[in-house]
Design a protein around this ligand. Structure first.
Ligand code: NAG
Ligand code: NAG
Ligand code: NAG
Length: 258
């Protein structure tokens, strides 16, 4: 009797703690079931834009990112430019639609794991600091900036290895390669020429009508920024939830064990 009570108690605790870890309304999938995984990923994004701390999912409606250097020339010669972004925040990840998921198989270490998605607008806000020199003119400005990556499609290719904790399999990511396509990049610097708002307007206009050239030049930096954001979001989930707990039990394995 005592044993049964203890068993019942512990079973109850066990299910409670599992239920807390994995939100009830989120459907689990079989390994490699792309359609189910895409639906589940989108359900999580729609229902939990502010994250699920228990499974390590950070808020995605407002994403802080590290300071970044767009240009960082040596301060020598007739032309150099230093351009830093800081106090940066990203908005819009809550509107992500996942379009494809590959490689989330029973053994995900064998191939790349891939996540494909679409975000209508990735809004990026923060402050910039710019110093530079063109011929004899020195320039120094700081202010706020805003940028909007419109119709932002991304593909993340990840490589993972397996780590065992308490006889459970956890994934560790050691490589994440993002690829991005977008329809337009809008960028606005306030106060770039503090004493000349016409010139500020003009420089923003030049930038926005030539955004493709700027995108091409800055793509490596931008991809590094995006890779950091995605890596932070995904690595925390992998670290908090055992890989097998994300999926329905594998039927073939259950049969063998019975
Ligand atoms: C996300 O989508 C909602 C609903 O369409 C929209 O109101 C909101 O502005 C979007 N957020 C961003 C940052 O684009
Ligand atoms: C630009 O700002 C930096 C740091 O605030 C300062 O050291 C430098 O003297 C300034 N240069 C000019 C030309 O105003
Ligand atoms: C992004 O993907 C959507 C469909 O998912 C497609 O309609 C759109 O043309 C793509 N945009 C770019 C810039 O590749």
């Amino acid at each position: 009797m005592r044993d049964i009570l203890i068993l019942a108690w512990s079973a109850q605790f066990f299910t409670i703690s599992l239920a807390q870890l994995w939100p009830k309304e989120i459907k689990k999938c079989h390994y490699g079931d792309t359609e189910c995984l895409v639906n589940t990923a989108n359900a999580i994004i729609r229902k939990f834009p502010r994250g699920i701390p228990a499974i390590g999912l950070k808020p995605i409606d407002v994403v802080d990112i590290k300071d970044s250097k767009y240009w960082n020339d040596e301060k020598i010669g007739a032309f150099w430019l230093i351009f830093d972004l800081y106090q940066q925040v990203n908005y819009g990840f809550e509107n992500t639609t996942i379009t494809n998921i590959k490689g989330f198989d029973k053994n995900p270490t064998l191939s790349y794991m891939e996540i494909h998605g679409h975000i209508p607008n990735v809004i990026h806000k923060g402050r910039y600091m710019s110093q530079g020199r063109t011929w004899l003119v020195e320039m120094n400005s700081t202010g706020e900036y805003q940028s909007d990556f419109q119709s932002f499609n991304f593909t993340l290719k990840m490589k993972v290895f397996m780590e065992y904790r308490n006889h459970k399999r956890y994934l560790k990511m050691y490589e994440l390669v993002p690829r991005v396509a977008l329809n337009r990049w809008i960028f606005w610097l306030d106060n770039f020429f503090p004493d000349n708002s016409d010139l500020t307007w003009a420089i923003n206009h030049v930038f926005n009508s030539n955004w493709i050239e700027f995108w091409n030049e800055l793509e490596p930096v931008n991809l590094k920024i995006f890779a950091g954001i995605f890596r932070d979001l995904i690595a925390d989930i992998f670290n908090n939830i055992a890989y097998d707990d994300m999926f329905l039990p594998d039927e073939t394995e259950t049969e063998v064990n019975v």
